[in-house]
Ligand binder design. Sequence first.
Ligand code: HEC
Ligand code: HEC
Length: 306
Amino acid sequence: MALPGIAGFIYIESKGIPKYDVAAPDIEIEVTPEKLQRGEKLASMLCASCHMNRETRSLSGRWMTDAPKEFGKIYVPNITQDETYGIGNWTDGEILYLLRTGIKKDGSYAPPYMAKLPHMADEDIESIIAFLRSDHPMVTPAAVEDYPTEPSFLTKFLCNVEFKPFDMPKGKISMPDTTDQVELGRYLVYNLECYTCHSADFTKLDMMTPENSKGFMGGGNKPLDNDGNPMVTSNITPDKETGIGNWSKEQFVKAVRFGLMENEPALRVPMIPYTQLTDYEAEAIFAYIQTIDPIKNDLKRSMIEE
Ligand code: HEC
Ligand code: HEC
């Protein structure tokens, strides 16, 4: 990525975050008890880490103190069903369109730090939307006002130049074959966005073909903990010396589901234990990891004193 000269700088500063046409599909998602359950599980793993407000215990938003400083001062908005402050007046189609493409209801592009789900199966993404509209306490209306975000120049630059909205998928995206552990594991690594943190650099991700992200799963990226301290992400490629090539399946499942490490302190924020995953799903991630290219990248954990 080359930063622009002064003319480009002025152009991007004045243009800000780009806007696009909104072509939200006119749909109404069918709600079933299975979808609500699946949606709760996915939203808890995938949306709550950013949108959860600890005081209201709902997805009513918060300052994203764990966003790398170079992105600016970021506020994560209220996505409860409140009609004034939340997304109570968004249609199913508008939510789907944002999650697939990155384009919000008002046409503006949601910067790279907001999750995008171009690979998620239709059934799973519909489950998330059904859950967002349910009577679960995480999403029932909470009248909490958003603060304005102050995106940095880098964020505006990335939104104008590096990251473009994705197209809506051309056809149906089916659920992974859960009997094929590698396929299921790949699906989870893509959609739970393990690779966004565990690759080399947030600004060098390839979300359409995650394997092409710089240093795919080789760690070294530095998301922040809740106090703003950089936390080096681990190399989780199958490299035997510097990655997890010598780990057992059991050791991996314990680390991913519960943050538990052998002879080392437990994993810390922003690595949030994926307790909602089943052992089988965590094992599938492990099976998929065995198939990716090992990367030599010797990293030390960031051990921050309490
Ligand atoms: C890494 C943090 C992060 C994750 C994970 C995340 N979001 Fe967001 N989300 C944001 C931020 C920050 C914004 C505001 C973007 C902006 O400024 O345009 C946002 C915006 C939104 C909006 C637009 C709200 C509005 O009022 O404009 C919706 C809807 C949304 N997110 C839903 C979700 C859902 C559903 C998930 C889980 C599938 C999710 N988000 C996961 C950070 C996150
Ligand atoms: C928000 C960023 C983030 C996401 C998303 C994330 N991780 Fe992590 N992960 C980290 C950080 C940071 C550490 C190191 C924490 C520490 O040192 O205490 C870590 C540590 C680990 C470790 C320990 C490895 C070692 O050698 O120490 C494993 C295994 C792991 N993550 C797997 C995963 C998997 C699988 C996913 C997706 C399901 C995932 N992570 C998603 C940030 C993340």
